[in-house]
Structures are given as C-alpha cells and as structure tokens.
Write a protein that binds this ligand. Structure first.
Ligand code: NAD
Length: 447
C-alpha cells in the first residue's frame, strides 16, 4: 500500500499489507509471548513500560514528524500527541503494581479475587489519531499482562510501526506488542474471528463497529467499541459568550474535524443566537489552514481525496460562512459554518468527520436537551452557562459519555472515556482501564 502525505500528495512509504496467513502467524507469536509476559513480575512489567515511555519521550519529535507527514496533523498537535503517548505509557506503568484483587468476608474460609489477564488483545485503530488511539488500548492491556496486536488503519501505519520498534528497543520481549498493517476486511476481520484473540478494542465507524460486535458474538469475544459521534455544544444566554464563541471553532475544527468528539452541532439560546454567529464568524475567519509544518497553522488537510469528497457532499447550497484553505496539491477543505431551516438536514444529523459545524437556535433548557439527545450518538458535548445548577442539570440530562462545562475537554487519560448509545460500548482510559483487560477470578479457600 502506498502511504500518502495528505498535505502534498507525495508518496511517503510503501507498506506491505498482511494477508490471512501472516495475520495467523502474528497471533501465534502473541499467544506464545503471552505465556511468558503474564509471568513477568508486576515491578518488572512496570519498569519495561516506563523505559518504553522514556524512549517515546526521546523520540517525540521523530514520532510527531511521522504523524505530521502521514496524517497531516499540524506540528503543535502532532507534538502533543507524541507527548500523550508517553504520558499514557507512564500512567499505566503505575498500574501493574496496583492491580489488586479483593478479600471478601465469607463463612468457612477465605475468599480472594484475582484480576487475570485475558490473553491476546487486538487493537484496531482508525486513521484520525493513529498513535494516541493505539496507545489508549495497548498501554493498559500490556500493563494487565496481555500481549497486544495493533492493526493500524490502512492509510496511517507509520507511527504504529515505529512505536513497535521502540517497544523492542525498550526491552519488551518479542511478540508482546506487534503491529500488523493490513486491510480492515482481511487482517482486521481475521483478528475478530481468530479464536486465539481474546479481546478486540475497536475504534472507528459505528457501521464497522456493529459488524465487529456481531462477529465477536460467535466467540463471546470481549469487545470495547469507540465509535462515531455528533456532539452538541450547548450555549446558554448567560454564558461567557466571548469565550464560548472563541473556543467553538477548535472544539469542532481541531484535526480538521476528523475527531469523534467534535462538537459539530452548536445549539445557542435564541436571545444570543445572532451575536454568537457574528462572533463565531470572526473566530473562524481568523483560523489559519495550511502547511502542517508551520507552527502558526491551526488546521491541516483532510486524510484523503475520497474523504474530502465525502465531506464536501454535506455542503449543498451556500454555507452561512466559509473560511479559506490552500488550493493545489493536498486534500484541503475550508472551515465551514452551516445554519439550518430543518433539523432533519443530513448535515445536522450525520457524522461528517470534517471541518463543518452547524449552528441552530433553541428556546429553553428543555428544548436544548431534546435537540442534544435527538441523535443515535452519545459521545461527548459541552455546556456553556454561568448557572451552576443548570450546568449540572443539563450535564446529567445529556445522553453522552464525556461532557465538559465551560470548556471542551474530553479525552484525558486520567478519566474514563467512551460513548453512550451507538457511540460505543465500554470505557477506555482512566483509573479503571485495566478492568477492561482482565477477568475477575474468585477463589474460595476452606479453613
Ligand atoms: P473505519 O471503521 O472505517 O476503520 C477503523 C479501523 O477498522 C481501520 O483500522 C480499518 O482497517 C478497520 N476495519 C475496517 N473494516 C473492518 C472489518 N470488517 N473488520 C475489522 N476491522 C475493520 O473508521 P475510520 O474511517 O478509520 O475512522 C473514522 C471513524 O472512527 C469515525 O466514525 C469516528 O467517529 C470514529 N472514531 C471514534 C473514536 C472514539 O473514541 N469513539 C475515536 C476516533 C474515531
């Protein structure tokens, strides 16, 4: 597969995609490695993960450069992502030595629980945040004593391949963390069906997630699913409007809108709707779209020509406002603001996964909640208000896994991340992430 730089359309690399036989060999290696890896003492497992984190830190600029070239991420974002990989590894390096069971009072003996590793974990990754999403699955899985096979997205294998080399250099034994570039329908599907793979962590589209859930059911295989979103940014009239409007663009246009948490539906209380739109236009007009290598760039290209065509198909008629972007080579699309006569518009209901935001007015708190929840998705969202009671009421009423008040934070490795409804199943990250990579075993010992 030819790997393309989306900002220049240059060929970066030629990567061989695994066939079924190669996928089976990788699973076999992971199974062999599991027997030894689960026996590595918790302290040694922690030390190896810390060494891996330190190596990622030392190679941060290199990894950021690879992500910039392969996924078109602006340099500032790519550096942050490399730092996030390091931090996630450090965070879960603390986990093996704290992976306690319980001692439960029972009559006639002693009862204890163990958190046993599952075995081989397949982590299937999308192209939007290749190295970060890989590590959100891989780090806690490894910490819990599993071996891991990462299947990167076809378009973006570069950082995953480099991270696998760094893992070996850090001293992780062969077969403990493997990267398997391959087609979703071939290598990905095989991991889901292979009886030697005990769990699948899948991040990607809801459509493919449903397929994986159905196929995993045949083996009662464990799954964590992180899927699509169409999140709401709810702005009440009493909010700090200046701040709400100034931050709304980054909440949806970060990574060119190719973000599952993008707040792509902005709901604004009617009395401040026009003022908000004015301020938003100014903020969007100030965005710099262009060369990812320039530190002043806010937004890079989309991942591919095919994806750009899909994004463009949502913008019919004249948008309310459209920023600028380079012409010529590269898969560019300008930041775009839409308003709607009907909330049934396809652009308002479907995940676009590009730099397109919809802004609509609402009349009261109940209406805001109703519009926010009128979607099959439930991943994230934001609430802007100075009324603490309302902030809490709305946060509790919105059906989404990750909400922020007067900010747009969502994926933080200290806290659990995942979706309600068709945005996913299970949670990643946070203090309890190892629970998704272990089985609870209960042992009773008679007196
Ligand atoms: P995708 O579903 O097309 O692909 C994701 C991964 O699944 C790729 O590695 C692909 O090769 C693989 N795959 C495809 N078909 C498969 C199959 N039949 N069996 C096994 N694996 C298969 O998604 P994408 O286009 O790469 O990513 C965009 C989507 O990901 C968006 O919907 C976005 O919202 C979602 N996403 C969700 C989160 C989250 O945490 N909730 C994070 C990032 C992206």
């Amino acid at each position: 597969m030819k790997i393309i730089n989306p900002a220049t359309e240059d060929v970066l690399a030629d990567v061989e995609l695994a066939d079924l036989a190669e996928t089976d060999r990788v699973v076999e290696r992971a199974r062999k490695a599991f027997a030894a890896w689960r026996e590595v003492s918790p302290g040694d497992r922690a030390r190896l993960l810390r060494r891996f984190a330190d190596l990622v830190d030392r190679h941060g600029d290199e990894l950021a450069g690879l992500e910039l070239a392969n996924a078109g991420h602006p340099i500032g974002n790519a550096r942050w992502e490399a730092g996030n990989v390091r931090d996630v590894l450090h965070f879960y390096a603390g986990a093996p030595e704290r992976n306690h069971g319980k001692q439960i009072p029972v009559p006639g003996g002693v009862d204890i629980t163990f958190a046993e590793p599952l075995g081989v974990v397949g982590v299937i990754v999308p192209w939007n945040f290749p190295m970060a999403i890989m590590m959100w699955g891989a780090a806690p899985a490894l910490a819990a004593g599993n071996t891991v096979i990462v299947k990167p997205a076809e378009w973006t294998p570069m950082t995953a391949l480099r991270l696998a080399e760094l893992a070996l250099e850090a001293g992780l034994p062969e077969g403990v963390l493997q990267v398997l570039p391959g087609a979703g329908e071939v290598a990905g599907a095989r991991l889901v069906e292979h009886p030697g793979v005990n769990k699948i962590v899948f991040t990607g589209s809801t459509e493919v997630g449903k397929l994986i859930l159905a196929r995993a059911a045949e083996h009662v295989k464990r799954v964590t699913l992180e899927l699509g979103g169409k999140s709401a940014n709810v702005v009440f009239a009493d909010a700090d409007l200046e701040q709400a409007a100034a931050t709304a663009p980054s909440a949806v246009f970060d990574n060119s809108g190719q973000d599952c948490c993008a707040r792509s539906r902005v709901l604004v209380e009617r009395p401040v709707y026009e003022e908000f739109l004015d301020r938003l236009r100014t903020a969007v007009g100030a965005l710099t779209v262009g060369d990812p290598l320039d530190p002043g760039t806010d937004m890079g290209p989309l991942i591919s020509a095919e994806h750009r065509d899909r994004v463009a198909s949502f913008v019919t008629g004249t948008p309310h406002y459209q920023g600028t972007c380079p012409s010529g080579k590269g898969f560019w699309f300008p930041p775009t603001v839409l308003t709607h006569d009907s909330l049934d518009d396809r652009a308002f209901t479907e995940e676009i996964f590009g730099p397109v935001v919809s802004v609509v007015p609402f009349d009261d708190e109940a209406a805001a909640i109703q519009i926010a929840n009128n979607t099959k998705y439930g991943l994230s969202g934001s609430i802007w208000t100075r009324d603490v009671g309302r902030a809490l009421r709305v946060a509790r009423a919105v059906e989404a896994g990750n909400l922020s008040v007067n900010s747009h934070s969502s994926v933080r490795y200290w806290t659990p991340f995942g979706g309600f409804k068709q945005s996913g199943l299970g949670r990643e990250l946070g203090p309890d992430a190892l629970a998704a990579f272990t089985e609870t075993k209960n042992v009773f010992i008679a007196h």
